[in-house]
Ligand binder design. Structure first.
Ligand code: 4AD
Ligand code: MG
Length: 433
């Protein structure tokens, strides 16, 4: 079978009247009208309608078509018939059909609840919507690589099993490492920092894990984290890189993924303004004032939660930065702002409809200052010994950031919930499938 030539549904749709074709795929939809059986055949490229009909298809193969239930895998041989009424403008009149793997009573029929579909994720992943989102995700990943290759960054591979917290102890997943405690990584940042002393500019795309306490529409327990770190780089340099990266990915999808964006019903005109870098920048203090003006009960020093972020994102049609947060709201490793040491050289990027997609900063590069901050926060200095070492041997100014890939995809694809931005989301009440 595999030595024979097959065409994809996409190629078949482009072929001329009367072309002989052989296709393989799965039964997406199925209708028996007596004299004719209509099968919508699905493969990784798309769908095409197959017709088995009396007077053209031999009787025994019409019977096969009748038995080809939803999600059976099949091979079809036939002839292209161009017909403007057929989806995609052409269909296949079948001469021969073969069921490769039967499917009886596929458990998803339409109209099921979200919870049910999560239980059946291993099957639901075949849906057109999820297939399209996975293709978008693939194209997004490609555009990240394109960007960093063009910028001379090294792609590196940090560990997933770690011994200390990067973003605080509250969201750590503990694992048993041969009788000793270890943790699933929250961020590759410290390892990237170690690598800049030789490679200077590094990035990685890897899972991060957060034992988030609440289930929200933009939190995953396991998510994919794009992280960047560069020696000699100041906060502003890193912000420029971040917005260049984001605008590059927007251009890339608007140029190469219009089909996918249309299939999921994305209004692409909403993404157009984000093609160009130069996203707005506001200080945290200004963000607080904007919120107060809008009647939000918030004061300088309060953290910005999901609600506050939503109100702020409504002010802009592109992603934007919030910078200079009060130090106590942010991580211990961030460098204080020289003219306001109670604030840090930190930046978040917020995207429309989603809120924070990037968190970054310039890092504290002074040994004593960093050690002092570790102690002030009540952390165990021993666990950070190697991280402190980086400031002992040839320290340099450096900055970096982390981008939540599913959050970016949520924005790009216009999703209300993060779960469909990743093929198999993990949930608190189940690791299944
Ligand atoms: O803001 P965060 O916690 O920053 C860091 O981890 C830094 N160490 C990154 C760095 O500078 N190298 O996380 C970075 C981004 C967030 O802006 C968000 O997009 C995403 O990671 N993120 C999550 N995405 C999905 N589910 C979660 N539970 C997430 N937690 C963070
Ligand atoms: Mg953050």
């Amino acid at each position: 079978m595999s030595t024979e030539r097959y065409v994809s549904t996409r190629d078949a749709l482009r072929m001329s009247e009367g072309s002989e074709v052989r296709l393989r795929g799965w039964v997406y939809r199925w209708r028996d009208l007596g004299k004719r059986v209509f099968i919508v055949l699905r493969d990784s490229a798309g769908i095409i309608q197959v017709v088995a009909k009396r007077g053209f298809t031999p009787e025994n193969y019409i019977s096969v078509a009748r038995e080809a239930d939803v999600e059976s895998s099949i091979v079809v041989e036939g002839v292209i018939h161009r017909d403007p009424r057929a989806p995609g403008g052409a269909e296949v009149w079948a001469r021969r059909l073969e069921i490769v793997g039967p499917s009886r009573d596929f458990p998803i029929k339409g109209g099921e609840s979200i919870e049910y579909l999560l239980d059946k994720r291993h099957l639901w992943i075949r849906s057109r919507r999820l297939t399209t989102l996975m293709k978008l995700r693939h194209k997004l990943f490609q555009s990240y690589r394109e960007y960093f290759n063009g910028k001379g960054y090294y792609e590196v591979s940090p560990p997933m099993l770690t011994q200390a917290a990067v973003e605080g102890g509250a969201t750590l997943f503990k694992v048993d490492f041969f009788g000793k405690p270890a943790y699933l990584t929250q961020s590759a940042q410290f390892y990237l920092e170690a690598l800049i002393f030789s490679l200077e500019k590094v990035w990685t795309l890897a899972p991060s894990f957060r034992a988030e306490r609440s289930r929200t529409r933009r939190h995953l327990y396991e998510y994919w984290h794009l992280e960047v770190e560069a020696a000699w780089s100041r906060m502003r340099d890193m912000m420029n890189l971040a917005e260049e990266l984001i605008s590059h990915t927007v251009n890339s999808l608007l140029n190469n993924a219009l089909e996918e964006l249309a299939l999921i019903g994305r209004r692409t005109e909403e993404l157009e303004p984000a093609r160009k870098p130069g996203y707005p920048i506001i200080e945290y203090e200004e963000a607080i004032r904007i919120l107060q003006r809008k009647g939000v009960n918030i004061r300088y020093g309060d953290d910005l939660g999901a609600d506050e972020e939503r109100i702020l994102t409504q002010e802009y049609e592109t992603p934007f930065f919030i910078i200079y947060y009060p130090a106590e709201l942010k991580s211990f490793y961030m460098k204080p702002r020289p003219e306001r040491p109670d604030q840090v050289l930190a930046f978040d990027m917020l995207a429309p409809n989603v809120g924070e997609i990037i968190g970054g900063s310039e890092r504290e590069d002074n040994y004593e200052a960093l050690k002092k901050r570790i102690i002030e926060r009540g952390y165990n200095v021993e666990e950070y010994e190697w991280y402190l070492d980086l400031r002992k041997y040839g320290s340099v100014p450096h900055s970096g950031f982390g981008l939540g890939v599913e959050r970016q995809l949520m924005w790009l694809a216009g999703l209300d919930h993060i779960r469909d931005a990743i093929p198999f989301p993990r949930f608190r009440d189940r690791i299944y499938p």
